[in-house]
Design a protein. Structure first.
Length: 339
């Protein structure tokens, strides 16, 4: 039975909606599993480590090589897999065609579920439909919030990139910035484009877009350096990933620019940069949580018929600001590679 027909049979079930508001939560919360491990009699669903039959889940992303953001997603996925008695097959390809081939490989392996990012959804639409036709449940995460329902996915876990961009734009209004440069490291990636569009929507000053080759960091640095040297009115650089923020800070320093740097996404080196003040703040979408929930949701669907967001609304994992006021609360987790 496909997602649409199941949705119709659930009309009496209340919709669990995750509100997409610009009100931001502070990062740094953690949880622990206290209490007794209890197993529900009859359905074999455990609150501790699962004793359910082993299942295989494929996670297919558009991660570029060397981007530590995706290491954090993978750690979350592996944590859920260990708890749920899941064999996780992780693969990635930055190109849309390559990613589609990886989804097809998962179908051919007859996996029990697929978690996929839809950075370029049109290129993946046909192969996602093949998976669903083969009876393989598919969830989306990180990229594809605007299309996950129309492509028939069970659930989606991530942040609303437009909302997060607007939140960042509003925040830099308070810093006195007048001219922002939004740096996009992968042209055509819907998540990245939506972030910069959101910044431009709420930022009261001028916003320019700069495209760089994200897989060539020396080129990223020289391109930002050249832009800042050419236009000295730029006083804010917005990057869309932690490694690019660190590179932008170096480029601004070398160019003798007055521009400050703000970014999306975290890693442990960026935490240190926020503490030192070379980067103002980051918008955290909690990638560990995205990876964890994507895998756990497929296990819950198979073993208990659950749908994240009721199968009707996305489950939002961000945005959350991390700045000097609260960076200490996430530093220990970031040092472990979990934030």
């Amino acid at each position: 039975m496909n997602r649409v027909s199941l949705s119709r049979s659930r009309r009496a079930v209340p919709v669990v909606a995750a509100a997409a508001s610009a009100a931001l939560i502070l990062a740094g919360c953690s949880s622990s599993s206290g209490g007794k491990k209890a197993e529900e009699a009859g359905n074999n669903v455990s609150a501790g480590k699962a004793s359910t039959p082993r299942m295989t889940i494929a996670m297919v992303t558009h991660a570029p090589a060397g981007d530590t953001f995706w290491d954090t997603i993978r750690k979350g996925a592996l944590a859920a897999a260990a708890k749920d008695n899941v064999k996780l097959i992780y693969s990635s390809d930055e190109s849309a065609g390559g990613q589609a081939n990886l989804v097809q490989n998962a179908i051919d392996q007859k996996v029990d579920g697929i978690a996929v990012t839809l950075a370029k959804p049109d290129a993946l639409k046909a192969v996602v439909a093949k998976a669903e036709k083969a009876g393989i449940p598919v969830v989306g995460f990180n990229a594809g919030l605007s299309v996950w329902k129309e492509q028939g996915l069970l659930s989606f876990f991530g942040q609303d990139e437009s909302v997060s961009g607007q939140a960042l734009g509003s925040k830099i209004n308070t810093t006195g910035a007048k001219h922002a440069l939004c740096v996009i490291q992968a042209q055509g990636d819907v998540n990245l484009e939506e972030r910069c569009a959101g910044v431009k929507k709420t930022f009261h000053g001028k916003t320019d877009i700069l495209y760089v080759h994200g897989t060539d960091m020396p080129s990223v640095k020289s391109t930002i350096n050249a832009k800042l040297s050419q236009d000295t009115s730029i006083d804010e650089v917005v990057t869309l990933g932690a490694p690019f923020a660190l590179t932008a800070a170096q480029a601004a320093s070398e160019a003798g620019s007055k521009a400050k740097v703000a970014t999306f996404d975290l890693n442990k080196d960026l935490i240190s940069a926020i503490e030192k003040g070379s980067v103002q703040f980051a918008v955290d979408q909690q990638p560990y949580l995205q990876g964890y929930l994507a895998v756990d949701s497929l296990w819950l669907y198979k073993n208990n018929g659950n749908y994240g967001g009721g199968g009707e609304e996305p489950v939002l994992t961000g945005p959350a600001f991390v700045d000097k006021s609260n960076v200490h609360t996430v530093a220990a987790f970031a040092a472990k590679g979990n934030r």
